[in-house]
Design a binder for this molecule. Structure first.
Ligand code: FES
Length: 122
């Protein structure tokens, strides 16, 4: 394990043609959304990164919570979220990651409503 490897979860935040687009979602402050997720999660050992289009643009903004390495080894898998367009959903994702995320902490029922199933992934 390298020193730069995350000990916690990794949050992938899609930012490309639709996710993060002010043209598509003008009411969302996408930069602030990303900054606050980084500010909340990085100090606790979680990694926040951006990605190019994840090919589910009809669900933008899309985020994926990847389990912490130890949870992954126990069988936890990434969880995809769609329509992350308001602070409440982003807060719920951040809180769940902060609690340990997939394979560690139970997902709040309200957050389950934002889970998306991506054929062949996640
Ligand atoms: S830009 Fe995020 S899924 Fe396409």
């Amino acid at each position: 394990m390298k020193e730069t490897d995350p000990v916690g979860c990794t949050l992938t935040v899609c930012r490309d043609c639709c996710c993060g687009s002010r043209k598509k979602h003008p009411a969302v402050d996408h930069d602030w959304q990303l900054q606050r997720l980084e500010a909340e999660l990085a100090p606790a050992g979680h990694r926040v990164r951006t990605s190019l289009c994840l090919d589910v643009c009809d669900q933008s903004n899309v985020m994926i919570v990847h389990p912490a390495p130890e949870a992954r080894r126990r069988g936890a898998r990434p969880v995809w979220f769609g329509l992350v367009l308001d602070d409440a959903i982003a807060d719920d994702i951040a809180d769940w990651v902060g609690a340990g995320g997939p394979g560690v902490a139970p997902m709040p029922a309200t957050l389950e409503l934002s889970v998306i199933r991506v054929p062949g992934r996640g």
